[in-house]
Design a protein around this ligand. Structure first.
Ligand SMILES: Cc1ncc(COP(=O)(O)O)c(C=O)c1O
Length: 461
Protein backbone atom coordinates (compact mmCIF):
# COMPACT_ATOMS: atom_id res chain seq x y z
CA UNK A 1 0.00 0.00 0.00
CA UNK A 2 1.13 3.57 -0.67
CA UNK A 3 2.27 5.63 2.33
CA UNK A 4 0.60 9.03 2.20
CA UNK A 5 -0.12 11.12 5.26
CA UNK A 6 -3.08 13.45 5.42
CA UNK A 7 -3.20 16.40 7.78
CA UNK A 8 -6.80 17.45 8.31
CA UNK A 9 -5.83 20.47 10.41
CA UNK A 10 -3.70 21.95 7.61
CA UNK A 11 -4.87 24.85 5.44
CA UNK A 12 -3.47 23.00 2.39
CA UNK A 13 -6.41 21.37 0.56
CA UNK A 14 -6.52 17.53 0.59
CA UNK A 15 -6.12 17.29 -3.19
CA UNK A 16 -2.98 19.39 -3.00
CA UNK A 17 -1.55 17.30 -0.12
CA UNK A 18 -1.95 14.07 -2.10
CA UNK A 19 -0.67 15.66 -5.31
CA UNK A 20 2.47 17.07 -3.62
CA UNK A 21 3.42 13.86 -1.85
CA UNK A 22 3.02 11.74 -4.98
CA UNK A 23 4.89 14.27 -7.13
CA UNK A 24 7.76 14.44 -4.65
CA UNK A 25 8.18 10.67 -4.55
CA UNK A 26 8.03 10.36 -8.34
CA UNK A 27 10.68 13.08 -8.73
CA UNK A 28 12.95 11.39 -6.18
CA UNK A 29 12.55 8.06 -8.00
CA UNK A 30 10.94 6.43 -4.98
CA UNK A 31 7.99 5.65 -7.25
CA UNK A 32 9.86 4.55 -10.41
CA UNK A 33 8.65 4.65 -14.02
CA UNK A 34 6.15 1.90 -14.70
CA UNK A 35 5.08 1.59 -11.05
CA UNK A 36 1.33 1.03 -10.78
CA UNK A 37 -0.58 3.31 -8.42
CA UNK A 38 -3.43 2.02 -6.28
CA UNK A 39 -6.89 2.35 -7.79
CA UNK A 40 -8.51 5.63 -6.82
CA UNK A 41 -11.31 3.88 -4.92
CA UNK A 42 -8.77 1.87 -2.83
CA UNK A 43 -6.58 4.84 -2.00
CA UNK A 44 -9.62 6.98 -1.13
CA UNK A 45 -10.86 4.31 1.28
CA UNK A 46 -7.48 3.99 2.92
CA UNK A 47 -7.04 7.74 3.37
CA UNK A 48 -10.68 8.19 4.35
CA UNK A 49 -11.26 10.86 1.73
CA UNK A 50 -13.78 11.04 -1.08
CA UNK A 51 -12.82 9.26 -4.30
CA UNK A 52 -13.07 12.56 -6.21
CA UNK A 53 -10.22 13.97 -4.13
CA UNK A 54 -7.90 11.16 -5.26
CA UNK A 55 -9.16 11.35 -8.84
CA UNK A 56 -8.43 15.09 -9.00
CA UNK A 57 -4.91 14.60 -7.64
CA UNK A 58 -4.27 11.82 -10.21
CA UNK A 59 -5.74 13.99 -13.01
CA UNK A 60 -3.43 16.87 -12.12
CA UNK A 61 -0.36 14.59 -12.09
CA UNK A 62 -1.47 13.03 -15.40
CA UNK A 63 -1.93 16.47 -16.97
CA UNK A 64 1.62 17.42 -15.94
CA UNK A 65 3.07 14.18 -17.32
CA UNK A 66 3.99 12.42 -14.05
CA UNK A 67 1.34 9.70 -14.46
CA UNK A 68 -0.27 7.94 -17.38
CA UNK A 69 -3.55 6.06 -17.46
CA UNK A 70 -3.66 2.75 -19.34
CA UNK A 71 -7.19 1.90 -20.38
CA UNK A 72 -8.57 -0.98 -18.43
CA UNK A 73 -5.38 -1.59 -16.47
CA UNK A 74 -4.93 1.41 -14.08
CA UNK A 75 -2.65 4.41 -13.46
CA UNK A 76 1.17 4.18 -13.81
CA UNK A 77 4.20 6.40 -13.18
CA UNK A 78 5.32 7.79 -16.57
CA UNK A 79 8.84 7.43 -18.02
CA UNK A 80 11.37 10.23 -17.55
CA UNK A 81 9.74 11.94 -14.56
CA UNK A 82 12.45 11.39 -11.93
CA UNK A 83 14.93 14.18 -11.28
CA UNK A 84 17.85 14.16 -8.82
CA UNK A 85 18.47 17.66 -7.60
CA UNK A 86 21.91 18.61 -6.31
CA UNK A 87 21.13 21.76 -4.41
CA UNK A 88 24.08 24.12 -3.97
CA UNK A 89 24.62 24.59 -0.26
CA UNK A 90 23.87 28.17 0.71
CA UNK A 91 26.97 29.86 2.15
CA UNK A 92 26.89 29.90 5.92
CA UNK A 93 27.17 33.23 7.70
CA UNK A 94 30.96 32.95 7.92
CA UNK A 95 31.22 33.19 4.10
CA UNK A 96 29.18 36.37 3.95
CA UNK A 97 30.77 39.72 4.63
CA UNK A 98 29.35 41.48 7.62
CA UNK A 99 29.18 45.24 7.93
CA UNK A 100 29.95 46.74 11.33
CA UNK A 101 27.08 48.89 12.67
CA UNK A 102 29.33 51.91 13.17
CA UNK A 103 30.98 51.69 9.72
CA UNK A 104 31.80 55.07 8.16
CA UNK A 105 31.64 54.40 4.43
CA UNK A 106 33.14 57.08 2.18
CA UNK A 107 31.65 55.42 -0.91
CA UNK A 108 31.28 57.88 -3.76
CA UNK A 109 28.18 58.74 -5.74
CA UNK A 110 25.56 58.12 -3.03
CA UNK A 111 23.31 61.13 -2.35
CA UNK A 112 21.90 61.83 1.14
CA UNK A 113 19.50 58.89 1.25
CA UNK A 114 17.65 60.13 4.33
CA UNK A 115 16.79 63.39 2.51
CA UNK A 116 14.91 61.80 -0.38
CA UNK A 117 11.71 63.91 -0.69
CA UNK A 118 9.52 60.99 0.34
CA UNK A 119 6.41 62.98 1.13
CA UNK A 120 6.28 65.00 -2.10
CA UNK A 121 7.27 62.04 -4.29
CA UNK A 122 4.74 59.80 -2.56
CA UNK A 123 1.92 62.35 -2.94
CA UNK A 124 2.65 62.84 -6.63
CA UNK A 125 2.94 59.09 -7.25
CA UNK A 126 -0.44 58.52 -5.56
CA UNK A 127 -2.08 61.36 -7.47
CA UNK A 128 -0.76 60.06 -10.80
CA UNK A 129 -1.85 56.52 -10.07
CA UNK A 130 -5.39 57.69 -9.26
CA UNK A 131 -5.75 60.31 -11.98
CA UNK A 132 -4.03 58.81 -14.97
CA UNK A 133 -5.95 57.37 -17.94
CA UNK A 134 -6.39 53.59 -18.28
CA UNK A 135 -3.94 53.67 -21.22
CA UNK A 136 -1.09 54.30 -18.82
CA UNK A 137 -1.61 50.84 -17.33
CA UNK A 138 -0.71 49.20 -20.64
CA UNK A 139 2.66 48.91 -22.40
CA UNK A 140 4.31 52.28 -22.98
CA UNK A 141 6.60 53.62 -25.71
CA UNK A 142 10.19 52.27 -25.70
CA UNK A 143 11.60 55.80 -25.79
CA UNK A 144 9.60 56.82 -22.71
CA UNK A 145 6.54 58.97 -21.96
CA UNK A 146 6.19 62.18 -23.94
CA UNK A 147 5.26 64.03 -20.71
CA UNK A 148 8.71 63.30 -19.29
CA UNK A 149 10.66 63.70 -22.53
CA UNK A 150 9.09 67.06 -23.23
CA UNK A 151 9.63 68.34 -19.66
CA UNK A 152 13.18 67.01 -19.64
CA UNK A 153 14.15 68.64 -22.94
CA UNK A 154 13.36 72.07 -21.43
CA UNK A 155 14.96 71.20 -18.10
CA UNK A 156 18.32 70.10 -19.54
CA UNK A 157 18.47 73.08 -21.87
CA UNK A 158 17.98 75.40 -18.89
CA UNK A 159 20.27 73.63 -16.45
CA UNK A 160 22.92 71.98 -18.64
CA UNK A 161 22.80 73.74 -22.00
CA UNK A 162 21.78 70.49 -23.73
CA UNK A 163 19.98 71.13 -27.02
CA UNK A 164 17.45 68.54 -28.10
CA UNK A 165 13.98 67.85 -29.40
CA UNK A 166 11.94 65.57 -27.08
CA UNK A 167 12.16 62.85 -29.74
CA UNK A 168 15.92 62.73 -29.30
CA UNK A 169 15.44 61.53 -25.73
CA UNK A 170 15.25 57.92 -24.61
CA UNK A 171 14.37 57.34 -20.98
CA UNK A 172 16.53 54.56 -19.55
CA UNK A 173 16.81 52.52 -16.41
CA UNK A 174 19.72 54.62 -15.12
CA UNK A 175 22.95 55.57 -16.85
CA UNK A 176 24.05 51.94 -16.54
CA UNK A 177 21.40 50.93 -19.07
CA UNK A 178 22.30 53.87 -21.30
CA UNK A 179 25.90 52.52 -21.50
CA UNK A 180 24.65 49.04 -22.43
CA UNK A 181 22.31 50.42 -25.09
CA UNK A 182 25.17 52.43 -26.61
CA UNK A 183 27.33 49.31 -26.64
CA UNK A 184 24.67 47.36 -28.52
CA UNK A 185 23.98 50.30 -30.81
CA UNK A 186 27.52 51.13 -31.83
CA UNK A 187 29.91 48.27 -31.14
CA UNK A 188 30.92 45.24 -33.21
CA UNK A 189 33.58 42.72 -32.18
CA UNK A 190 37.06 44.07 -32.82
CA UNK A 191 36.05 47.74 -32.63
CA UNK A 192 38.07 50.16 -30.53
CA UNK A 193 36.59 52.53 -27.99
CA UNK A 194 38.20 55.08 -25.70
CA UNK A 195 37.63 55.32 -21.97
CA UNK A 196 39.24 57.76 -19.60
CA UNK A 197 41.85 56.44 -17.18
CA UNK A 198 41.00 56.34 -14.33
CA UNK A 199 37.34 55.40 -14.71
CA UNK A 200 34.82 53.13 -12.97
CA UNK A 201 35.62 49.43 -13.36
CA UNK A 202 31.89 48.78 -13.96
CA UNK A 203 31.97 50.87 -17.13
CA UNK A 204 34.95 48.84 -18.42
CA UNK A 205 33.04 45.65 -17.61
CA UNK A 206 29.89 46.83 -19.40
CA UNK A 207 31.82 47.38 -22.66
CA UNK A 208 34.22 44.44 -22.32
CA UNK A 209 31.36 41.99 -23.08
CA UNK A 210 31.20 43.36 -26.64
CA UNK A 211 34.60 41.81 -27.44
CA UNK A 212 36.19 45.16 -28.26
CA UNK A 213 39.54 46.82 -27.78
CA UNK A 214 39.36 49.27 -24.89
CA UNK A 215 41.92 52.03 -25.18
CA UNK A 216 42.50 53.87 -21.89
CA UNK A 217 43.56 57.50 -22.31
CA UNK A 218 45.01 59.22 -19.22
CA UNK A 219 43.56 62.35 -17.66
CA UNK A 220 45.22 65.23 -15.82
CA UNK A 221 44.02 68.38 -14.09
CA UNK A 222 42.59 69.67 -17.40
CA UNK A 223 40.65 66.48 -18.14
CA UNK A 224 41.23 63.91 -20.87
CA UNK A 225 44.67 64.21 -22.53
CA UNK A 226 43.33 64.74 -26.01
CA UNK A 227 46.80 64.55 -27.61
CA UNK A 228 46.94 60.87 -26.56
CA UNK A 229 43.80 59.82 -28.46
CA UNK A 230 44.43 56.84 -30.78
CA UNK A 231 44.01 57.33 -34.52
CA UNK A 232 44.90 53.82 -35.82
CA UNK A 233 42.42 52.31 -35.69
CA UNK A 234 40.15 55.24 -34.98
CA UNK A 235 37.73 54.59 -32.12
CA UNK A 236 34.01 53.99 -32.53
CA UNK A 237 33.38 56.33 -29.61
CA UNK A 238 35.05 58.17 -26.75
CA UNK A 239 33.30 58.04 -23.38
CA UNK A 240 34.07 61.03 -21.24
CA UNK A 241 32.97 62.79 -18.01
CA UNK A 242 33.88 66.36 -19.04
CA UNK A 243 32.09 68.32 -16.30
CA UNK A 244 33.52 66.34 -13.38
CA UNK A 245 35.97 63.63 -14.39
CA UNK A 246 35.21 60.43 -12.52
CA UNK A 247 36.93 59.94 -10.13
CA UNK A 248 39.63 62.65 -10.23
CA UNK A 249 37.21 65.54 -10.59
CA UNK A 250 38.94 67.68 -13.22
CA UNK A 251 36.91 69.77 -15.67
CA UNK A 252 37.71 69.41 -19.37
CA UNK A 253 39.01 72.79 -20.54
CA UNK A 254 37.44 74.55 -23.52
CA UNK A 255 40.65 74.05 -25.55
CA UNK A 256 40.50 70.30 -25.00
CA UNK A 257 36.75 70.27 -25.68
CA UNK A 258 37.41 71.79 -29.07
CA UNK A 259 40.32 69.40 -29.76
CA UNK A 260 38.10 66.49 -28.81
CA UNK A 261 35.29 67.61 -31.11
CA UNK A 262 37.76 68.20 -33.96
CA UNK A 263 39.21 64.73 -33.41
CA UNK A 264 35.72 63.20 -33.44
CA UNK A 265 34.81 65.02 -36.65
CA UNK A 266 37.99 64.07 -38.46
CA UNK A 267 37.84 60.39 -37.41
CA UNK A 268 34.04 60.12 -37.71
CA UNK A 269 33.70 58.80 -34.18
CA UNK A 270 31.03 59.55 -31.58
CA UNK A 271 31.55 61.23 -28.24
CA UNK A 272 29.56 59.91 -25.29
CA UNK A 273 29.20 62.48 -22.53
CA UNK A 274 28.43 61.05 -19.09
CA UNK A 275 27.09 64.00 -17.07
CA UNK A 276 26.41 62.20 -13.82
CA UNK A 277 26.67 64.77 -10.98
CA UNK A 278 27.44 68.21 -12.38
CA UNK A 279 24.32 69.93 -10.94
CA UNK A 280 26.22 70.09 -7.67
CA UNK A 281 28.74 72.80 -8.43
CA UNK A 282 30.02 74.63 -5.34
CA UNK A 283 32.61 76.98 -6.82
CA UNK A 284 33.01 78.96 -10.00
CA UNK A 285 30.50 79.18 -12.81
CA UNK A 286 28.52 76.13 -13.90
CA UNK A 287 30.19 74.16 -16.67
CA UNK A 288 27.96 73.71 -19.70
CA UNK A 289 27.57 70.40 -21.43
CA UNK A 290 29.80 69.28 -24.29
CA UNK A 291 26.65 68.28 -26.16
CA UNK A 292 25.69 71.95 -26.46
CA UNK A 293 28.82 72.53 -28.58
CA UNK A 294 28.08 69.77 -31.09
CA UNK A 295 24.66 68.08 -30.73
CA UNK A 296 25.25 66.07 -33.94
CA UNK A 297 28.37 64.37 -32.66
CA UNK A 298 27.75 64.00 -28.92
CA UNK A 299 25.53 61.40 -27.24
CA UNK A 300 24.57 62.82 -23.85
CA UNK A 301 23.79 60.65 -20.79
CA UNK A 302 22.01 61.99 -17.71
CA UNK A 303 20.85 60.26 -14.54
CA UNK A 304 18.59 60.90 -11.57
CA UNK A 305 20.70 58.62 -9.36
CA UNK A 306 22.73 61.46 -7.89
CA UNK A 307 20.26 64.35 -7.76
CA UNK A 308 17.37 62.20 -6.44
CA UNK A 309 18.00 58.53 -5.70
CA UNK A 310 19.86 55.64 -7.33
CA UNK A 311 16.98 53.35 -6.30
CA UNK A 312 14.66 55.04 -8.83
CA UNK A 313 16.77 53.67 -11.71
CA UNK A 314 15.89 56.60 -13.97
CA UNK A 315 18.25 58.08 -16.52
CA UNK A 316 18.21 59.21 -20.13
CA UNK A 317 20.05 59.41 -23.41
CA UNK A 318 20.06 62.35 -25.80
CA UNK A 319 20.83 61.04 -29.28
CA UNK A 320 21.90 62.62 -32.56
CA UNK A 321 19.06 62.12 -35.08
CA UNK A 322 20.48 59.13 -37.06
CA UNK A 323 20.77 57.06 -33.86
CA UNK A 324 17.19 57.60 -32.60
CA UNK A 325 15.35 54.80 -34.40
CA UNK A 326 18.03 52.09 -33.98
CA UNK A 327 18.34 52.93 -30.30
CA UNK A 328 14.57 52.85 -29.71
CA UNK A 329 14.54 49.40 -31.30
CA UNK A 330 17.31 48.15 -28.99
CA UNK A 331 15.58 49.61 -25.94
CA UNK A 332 12.33 47.88 -26.99
CA UNK A 333 14.12 44.55 -27.41
CA UNK A 334 15.89 45.00 -24.06
CA UNK A 335 13.01 45.71 -21.67
CA UNK A 336 10.18 47.28 -23.72
CA UNK A 337 10.37 50.47 -21.66
CA UNK A 338 11.17 51.95 -18.25
CA UNK A 339 8.37 52.09 -15.64
CA UNK A 340 5.64 54.47 -16.87
CA UNK A 341 4.50 55.50 -13.39
CA UNK A 342 7.97 56.47 -12.25
CA UNK A 343 8.39 58.50 -15.45
CA UNK A 344 5.08 60.32 -14.96
CA UNK A 345 5.89 61.02 -11.33
CA UNK A 346 9.28 62.39 -12.27
CA UNK A 347 7.77 64.58 -15.02
CA UNK A 348 5.39 66.11 -12.47
CA UNK A 349 8.19 66.43 -9.93
CA UNK A 350 10.18 68.53 -12.41
CA UNK A 351 7.17 70.54 -13.67
CA UNK A 352 6.16 71.59 -10.15
CA UNK A 353 9.66 72.90 -9.39
CA UNK A 354 10.28 70.23 -6.75
CA UNK A 355 13.44 68.94 -8.43
CA UNK A 356 14.99 72.41 -8.52
CA UNK A 357 14.07 72.91 -4.89
CA UNK A 358 15.49 69.55 -3.84
CA UNK A 359 18.75 70.13 -5.73
CA UNK A 360 19.16 73.57 -4.13
CA UNK A 361 18.60 72.14 -0.67
CA UNK A 362 21.01 69.28 -1.29
CA UNK A 363 23.60 71.65 -2.70
CA UNK A 364 23.64 73.58 0.58
CA UNK A 365 23.85 70.39 2.59
CA UNK A 366 26.60 68.84 0.45
CA UNK A 367 28.62 72.06 0.48
CA UNK A 368 28.56 71.95 4.28
CA UNK A 369 29.59 68.27 4.32
CA UNK A 370 32.31 68.89 1.74
CA UNK A 371 33.65 71.84 3.77
CA UNK A 372 33.73 69.70 6.92
CA UNK A 373 35.68 67.04 5.04
CA UNK A 374 38.13 69.55 3.54
CA UNK A 375 38.72 71.33 6.85
CA UNK A 376 39.07 68.03 8.69
CA UNK A 377 41.62 66.75 6.19
CA UNK A 378 43.60 70.00 6.51
CA UNK A 379 43.46 69.92 10.33
CA UNK A 380 44.43 66.27 10.75
CA UNK A 381 46.91 65.85 7.89
CA UNK A 382 48.04 69.44 7.03
CA UNK A 383 50.75 69.38 4.32
CA UNK A 384 50.52 65.64 3.95
CA UNK A 385 47.29 65.88 2.02
CA UNK A 386 46.29 67.54 -1.24
CA UNK A 387 42.65 67.80 -2.27
CA UNK A 388 41.54 67.32 -5.89
CA UNK A 389 38.26 67.66 -7.77
CA UNK A 390 36.24 69.13 -4.90
CA UNK A 391 34.47 71.93 -6.77
CA UNK A 392 31.62 69.68 -8.01
CA UNK A 393 29.74 66.53 -7.21
CA UNK A 394 29.35 64.18 -4.29
CA UNK A 395 32.99 63.18 -3.69
CA UNK A 396 36.54 64.50 -3.70
CA UNK A 397 39.96 62.92 -4.04
CA UNK A 398 42.54 63.17 -1.26
CA UNK A 399 46.19 62.59 -2.22
CA UNK A 400 48.35 61.66 0.79
CA UNK A 401 51.98 62.46 -0.02
CA UNK A 402 53.40 60.08 2.59
CA UNK A 403 50.98 57.16 2.34
CA UNK A 404 50.60 54.42 -0.21
CA UNK A 405 47.21 52.74 -0.01
CA UNK A 406 48.47 49.15 -0.08
CA UNK A 407 46.15 46.29 0.84
CA UNK A 408 47.78 46.26 4.28
CA UNK A 409 46.98 49.95 4.89
CA UNK A 410 43.43 49.48 3.59
CA UNK A 411 42.95 46.53 5.90
CA UNK A 412 44.09 48.57 8.89
CA UNK A 413 41.65 51.33 7.87
CA UNK A 414 38.86 48.74 7.61
CA UNK A 415 39.73 47.51 11.12
CA UNK A 416 38.91 51.04 12.30
CA UNK A 417 35.47 50.56 10.69
CA UNK A 418 36.14 53.03 7.92
CA UNK A 419 35.90 52.32 4.19
CA UNK A 420 37.81 54.40 1.64
CA UNK A 421 38.28 53.79 -2.07
CA UNK A 422 41.80 53.90 -3.56
CA UNK A 423 42.06 55.51 -6.99
CA UNK A 424 44.38 52.63 -7.97
CA UNK A 425 41.20 50.48 -8.17
CA UNK A 426 40.00 52.67 -11.03
CA UNK A 427 43.11 52.65 -13.22
CA UNK A 428 44.75 50.34 -15.75
CA UNK A 429 48.08 52.15 -15.45
CA UNK A 430 50.61 50.12 -13.46
CA UNK A 431 51.90 51.62 -10.21
CA UNK A 432 49.99 54.84 -10.54
CA UNK A 433 47.60 56.60 -8.16
CA UNK A 434 49.07 54.78 -5.14
CA UNK A 435 48.59 57.81 -2.88
CA UNK A 436 45.05 58.88 -3.77
CA UNK A 437 41.71 57.87 -2.30
CA UNK A 438 38.16 58.78 -3.30
CA UNK A 439 36.06 60.13 -0.43
CA UNK A 440 32.32 60.39 -1.00
CA UNK A 441 30.70 62.71 1.53
CA UNK A 442 27.11 63.38 0.43
CA UNK A 443 25.55 60.51 2.40
CA UNK A 444 27.56 61.14 5.62
CA UNK A 445 26.57 63.56 8.35
CA UNK A 446 29.04 66.18 9.57
CA UNK A 447 29.57 64.10 12.74
CA UNK A 448 30.18 60.92 10.75
CA UNK A 449 32.72 62.71 8.56
CA UNK A 450 34.56 63.99 11.66
CA UNK A 451 34.60 60.54 13.31
CA UNK A 452 35.72 58.94 10.03
CA UNK A 453 38.65 61.34 9.76
CA UNK A 454 39.73 60.79 13.37
CA UNK A 455 39.75 57.04 12.77
CA UNK A 456 41.68 57.51 9.53
CA UNK A 457 44.25 59.58 11.37
CA UNK A 458 44.92 56.73 13.78
CA UNK A 459 46.10 54.60 10.86
CA UNK A 460 47.79 57.19 8.66
CA UNK A 461 49.76 59.28 11.19
C1 LIG B 1 30.83 57.66 -13.70
C2 LIG B 1 29.41 57.29 -13.43
N1 LIG B 1 28.46 57.61 -14.30
C3 LIG B 1 27.16 57.34 -14.08
C4 LIG B 1 26.75 56.72 -12.93
C5 LIG B 1 25.27 56.56 -12.68
O1 LIG B 1 24.80 55.31 -12.91
P1 LIG B 1 23.24 55.01 -12.75
O2 LIG B 1 22.48 56.13 -13.35
O3 LIG B 1 23.05 53.72 -13.50
O4 LIG B 1 22.96 54.86 -11.30
C6 LIG B 1 27.70 56.31 -12.01
C7 LIG B 1 27.27 55.58 -10.82
O5 LIG B 1 27.89 55.60 -9.77
C8 LIG B 1 29.06 56.61 -12.25
O6 LIG B 1 30.01 56.30 -11.37
Amino acid sequence: MLWISIDRTSTVPLIRQIYLQLRDRILKGELPAGCRLPASRELAAELKVSRNVVLEAYDQLTAEGYLEGRTGSGTYVAQGASWQRNPTPFPTASHLTTTPDDLIDFRSGIPALDRFPKKQWGQLAKMICLETSPDSFGYGAPEGCIELRSTLSHYILRTRGVHCHPDQLIITTGAAQAFSLIGRLLLSPGDTLVLEDPTTPEIREIFAVFDVEICSVPVDDRGLQTHALPTHPSPRFILITPSHQFPLGSVLTIQRRIELLQFARSTQCWIVEDDYDSEFRYEGTPVSSLQGLDPDRVIYIGTFSKNLSPALRLGYLVLPVPLIEPCRRIKRLTDLHTSVFDQLTLARFIQTGLLDRHINQMKKLYRQRRNTLKQGLATHFSEQVKILGDSTGLHLVAAFTKTQFTSDVLQRIAQQHVRVYPVSNYTNLQNSYQHEIVLGYANLSVTEIEIGLQRLKQVLI
